[in-house]
Design a protein around this ligand. Structure first.
Ligand SMILES: *Cc1c(COP(=O)(O)O)cnc(C)c1O
Length: 383
């Protein structure tokens, strides 16, 4: 068991009763389930945004112990943090780059996304000046309109890549806008466009880059033809499905629970409103407990008067406005004592609160629930 984001205190206990418990064995199971589903393609775990809230370095270390072939992050800084933690696995930085970042990529042996001819040439020049070889993946825009060379101009990038003397162009990729939808028409169109771009190599009788990749979680689940040489597994790796309507063709389970403890118990008389704004009150006497977690931890304030938590295997409503550091729960006339466990997200004794439920209460998607959990919340790793 390892914790992060915690001050060191003498008895070794965690200082704060609110924490995320991350089950690394479940993460292994999810990785293996995805690996089996996509073989012979390989899996690149995506670790952006603090590994979807699970903790960048700890999750990377665990995945490296499973011999993952590649890791993916969004930003240069995330890649540097992994290198500084001693991770030697290849790392693809998927985001757009600015020219003066290139030498830093090269210093840290991070794989660069070349999303235009100009950027590819800058990479080649920087590598030449530094006397190193740059690892590059070419990025093709097949319909996301985010970064990458449009599929209808892609030959310019592919031809420029053939001229680079200081780059190892080991990959070429694209990204789906709608692979998790029930209607896969637009995803199919994107895949056909990407296949059209890849035909460049066959037409010239030359091998394509070693790693052709396109599938995110939605593509892994719903578009086997998009698995190619490698898939980029993000949310699915963490055991959460990318959308409610997606086909659940790979069985995964969440590896994260969010827990806290009761820090205060009281009886609230009828018509005495609870919390800021006095938005909620009971017409009868109730027992209300206070839990030390709030929107300052990433428990969205929008969920006020909507969210539920689990105490002793039963669900109870969060009442009144969620505060920055605390929230109140109506347990009616049941009992709960100081230090009793409160589950905000996760499963116990048959009761469960899912990421999807939190997303519905907050008016968002499971991705944002996970990535929004603040670094103030300690992560505790169990096997
Ligand atoms: C975030 C991201 C992924 C992973 O997406 P999931 O839906 O979480 O699997 C894959 N590829 C790119 C380019 C991304 O930005």
């Amino acid at each position: 068991m390892t914790t992060i984001n915690q001050p060191t205190i003498s008895n070794g206990d965690i200082a704060r009763p609110t924490y995320l418990e991350i089950n690394l064995s479940q993460l292994s199971h999810n990785y293996q389930a995805i690996q089996q589903a996509v073989a012979p393609a390989v899996v690149m775990p995506i670790l952006k945004a603090n590994a979807y809230g699970h903790g960048l370095v700890e999750i990377a270390r665990h995945l490296v112990s499973l011999d993952v072939p590649y890791l993916g992050v969004a930003f240069l800084e995330e890649g540097i943090m992994l290198r500084q933690a001693g991770i030697q696995t290849p790392i693809l930085v998927m985001g757009g780059i600015i020219g003066n970042q290139i030498p830093i990529f090269l210093q840290h042996d991070l794989t660069i996304t070349a999303s235009s001819v100009e950027k590819l040439q800058q990479i080649d020049t920087a590598a030449q000046q530094m006397g190193v070889r740059a690892k590059v993946h070419l990025k093709i825009d097949t319909g996301m309109e985010r970064i990458g060379v449009h599929y209808y101009n892609a030959h310019t990038l592919l031809e420029a890549a053939l001229q680079c003397r200081h780059c190892d162009v080991e990959g070429i990729y694209s990204h789906f806008a709608n692979a998790d939808a029930a209607d896969l028409t637009s995803a199919q169109v994107q895949l056909v466009r990407f296949e059209g771009v890849l035909a460049f190599y066959a037409e010239r009788g030359m091998p394509p880059p070693r790693l052709r990749h396109m599938a995110n979680s939605g593509g892994i689940l719903q578009l086997p033809a998009s698995h190619l040489d490698m898939v980029r597994a993000g949310i699915l790796l963490y055991g959460v499905y990318p959308a409610a309507e997606v086909a659940r063709t790979v069985a995964v389970r969440p590896c994260l629970s969010w827990k806290s403890r009761v820090v205060y118990f009281k009886v609230v008389p009828p018509h005495h409103p609870v919390s800021y704004g006095s938005t909620w009150q009971s017409d009868h006497q109730v027992r209300v407990v206070t839990v030390p977690v709030g929107y300052g931890d990433g428990y969205f304030r929008r969920m006020s008067d909507l969210a539920e938590v689990i105490i002793h295997g039963r669900r109870y409503p969060v009442v009144g406005r969620i505060c920055m550091d605390q929230l109140m729960v109506n347990i009616e006339w049941d009992s709960a004592y100081n230090n009793d466990e409160v589950i905000l997200l996760g499963e116990t004794d048959g009761a469960v609160i899912t990421c999807e439920e939190l997303a519905d209460w907050a008016g968002t998607i499971p991705y944002e629930i996970l990535t929004n959990i603040n670094t103030r919340v300690p992560r505790v790793y169990v096997k």
